[in-house]
Design a protein around this ligand. Structure first.
Ligand SMILES: Cc1cc2nc3c(=O)[nH]c(=O)nc-3n(C[C@H](O)[C@H](O)[C@H](O)COP(=O)(O)O)c2cc1C
Length: 202
């Protein structure tokens, strides 16, 4: 049986014996059926709950940003993020979240300065580029370095140059709060992200 999220679910009578992740027999251990396979019914219930939560969260339409900084060794970093939000006008604060498993986590935890770039509708390629796992690859990307050592992407819809104000531990993410020290914006339409897909206003 395949559920609404496309995950294999053995019939209830077989759930102790067939692995819901692989569909294979859990093993020849009649007295302790769940001891070998990590994909226990309880574990799979948690997987289903997380998928359902992701699906609900995906109904919130957002813009798309690329957050840049320099790593301690000076290499430029960039990561696609739609967790951006304004926080305060006085003082001027914004935030975004970074996953604790991100390859570039340390660079952003260490960085004193970072820049948040709001993408235009025709900049999906930048979002896709910086959503890759190696966030230090700038091959083919037009950028310059700010006086604070932050990679700056040209021709975006808006940009916020920030000094790290606070970092909050929040579950499997860190919330990074930045104080805006410089900002700029242009006319045009934003790139949107909704229901796990890119959209535009028109
Ligand atoms: C539209 C979009 C929004 C994203 N937003 C975030 C975000 O807010 N925070 C985050 O940590 N990762 C976000 N990601 C994932 C990262 O861009 C990146 O794909 C992920 O960190 C994979 O690299 P890693 O292996 O270093 O984790 C987003 C990806 C996409 C495509």
């Amino acid at each position: 049986m395949i559920d609404a999220q496309g995950v294999f679910l053995p019939p209830p009578a077989l759930q102790n014996w067939l692995c819901p992740a692989t569909g294979r027999w859990r093993g020849l251990f009649l007295l302790a059926p769940n001891t070998r396979c990590p994909h226990t019914p309880a574990a799979m219930t948690a997987v289903h709950a997380q998928r359902a939560l992701r699906d609900s969260l995906a109904r919130f339409a957002t813009g798309v940003t690329v957050v840049t900084c320099s790593a301690a060794d000076g290499s430029p970093c960039g990561i696609t993020a739609n967790s951006f939000s304004s926080v305060s006008l006085d003082p001027p604060l914004v935030l975004w979240n970074i996953a604790k498993v991100s390859n570039s986590l340390q660079a952003y935890l260490d960085a004193r300065h970072f820049a948040i770039h709001i993408l235009r509708e025709d900049q999906q390629h930048l979002s896709e580029h910086f959503a890759r796992s190696d966030h230090t690859v700038y091959t083919g990307i037009d950028y310059s370095m700010s006086s604070d050592g932050v990679p700056i992407l040209p021709d975006v819809l808006a940009r916020f140059d920030c000094v790290t104000n606070a970092i909050h531990d929040a579950g499997d993410h860190f919330i990074i709060v930045g104080e805006v020290i410089e900002h700029s914006h242009d006319s045009g339409d934003p790139l949107l992200f909704f229901n796990s897909d890119y959209r535009s206003i028109g």
